[in-house]
Write a protein that binds this ligand. Structure first.
Ligand code: NDP
Ligand code: MG
Length: 326
């Protein structure tokens, strides 16, 4: 896969445009600040009336407007508010007002890939997806680096959509470290799969299961917490810096021998079968259908699962131990 850098991008392209960032949350704030520091001078933040985020955007020196005002004003609209809101906001507040030949930038392929947003034919539609949380996007940028980003073009109405994707992604700081080309479909499906099968679904469940096994067997919750949760930070940092094989050089032979005994008894053939089933549910749209259904009824499933996670005994131990450090 080819990797692109700042030298492949025209920084003046985004600097010459009016950019409105819709949403000022996890991604919206860091992206807006990075763009401004990369020389984009004509920028606005778009938020709904009465938005709690408006104060923060104002304090950071940005003018705030409504999505409809932003659509009339901007050359580039950046969709950095929740995926499940994007269909309605695009249809009612953006599509009727956007300038001919304007551009939509997404940070995730979901709304386009699953047809929730059906963009007007005259618009450029691109993806700029930093691989990591917004806090890291901003921190790395301030240290002179950036996050690796994926970029893609869904619709090139003006002939310059790909150049725009390069210019925008580079302005986030990713041109300093690497930009990789993908499609909306690939980015979206891999991201949704990983959320469930590896990161947010599987790892917390693994921690809970390990903690519960030790506590049930009479171990103190503090020791169980330190073993099953705290050390995750260590292994994540090591894998991030050195890869999985490289991480092994820094752990004891005992830990490494433990890895060989345990790993494939926990991640079994059944686990891999279930992973393939999760991938099928992502690809056939049934996951997104469930997500939208939950959103439309006020998130009953999401709220129950949040409450269940908050009530788990590991939280009380964690709060006590984390307080010791601060
Ligand atoms: P957030 O949940 O942080 O977005 C919240 C922001 O959106 C708030 O400013 C909120 O304003 C605003 N908002 C909510 N509803 C609307 C609306 N109807 N109209 C306008 N603004 C609205 O989103 P994320 O940053 O987590 O995600 C944004 C996009 O980035 C998504 O596509 C996501 O998949 C993608 N992404 C996210 C990553 C992350 O780090 N979280 C990583 C990579 C991609 P208010 O104060 O009014 O509620
Ligand atoms: Mg994701």
């Amino acid at each position: 896969m080819q990797v692109y850098f700042d030298a492949d991008a025209d920084p003046d392209l985004v600097r010459s445009k009016r950019i409105a960032v819709l949403g000022y949350g996890n991604q919206g704030r860091p992206q807006a600040l990075n763009l401004r520091d990369s020389g984009v001078s004509q920028m606005r933040i778009a938020l709904r009336d009465g938005s709690p985020s408006a104060g923060r955007a104002g304090a950071d020196g940005f003018d705030v407007m409504t999505p409809a005002e932003a659509a009339r004003w901007a050359d580039i609209l950046v969709m950095l508010f929740p995926d499940e809101e994007q269909a309605r906001v695009y249809r009612d507040e953006l599509a009727p007002h956007m300038k001919p030949g304007a551009a939509l930038v997404f940070a995730h392929g979901l709304a386009i890939h699953f047809g929730l947003v059906e963009p007007r034919a005259d618009l450029d539609v691109v993806l700029a997806a930093p691989k990591g949380p917004g806090t890291a996007l901003r921190d790395e940028y301030l240290q002179g680096g950036g996050l690796l980003s994926l970029f893609a073009v869904h619709q090139d109405a003006t002939g310059s959509a790909r150049a725009l994707a390069f210019s925008y992604t580079a302005a986030l700081g990713s041109g300093r470290v690497g930009m990789l080309e993908t499609s909306f479909a690939e980015e979206c499906e891999a991201d949704l799969f990983n959320e469930q099968a590896v990161l947010w679904g599987a790892i917390p469940e693994l921690i809970h299961a390990g903690f519960e096994t030790l506590v049930e067997a009479g171990f103190s919750p503090e020791v169980a917490y330190l073993e099953c949760l705290t050390e995750l930070k260590l292994i994540a940092d090591l894998i991030y810096q050195r890869g999985i094989a490289g991480m092994r050089w820094t752990i004891s032979n005992t830990a490494e021998f433990g890895a060989l005994k345990g790993g494939d008894r926990i991640i079994t053939a059944d686990t891999r079968t279930e992973m393939r089933r999760i991938l099928r549910e992502v690809k056939n749209g049934s996951f997104v259908k469930d997500l939208i259904a939950d959103a439309e009824s006020g998130y009953p499933l999401l709220k129950t699962s949040r409450a269940k996670a908050a009530a788990h005994p590991i939280e009380a131990v964690g709060a006590r131990l984390r307080a010791l450090k601060s």
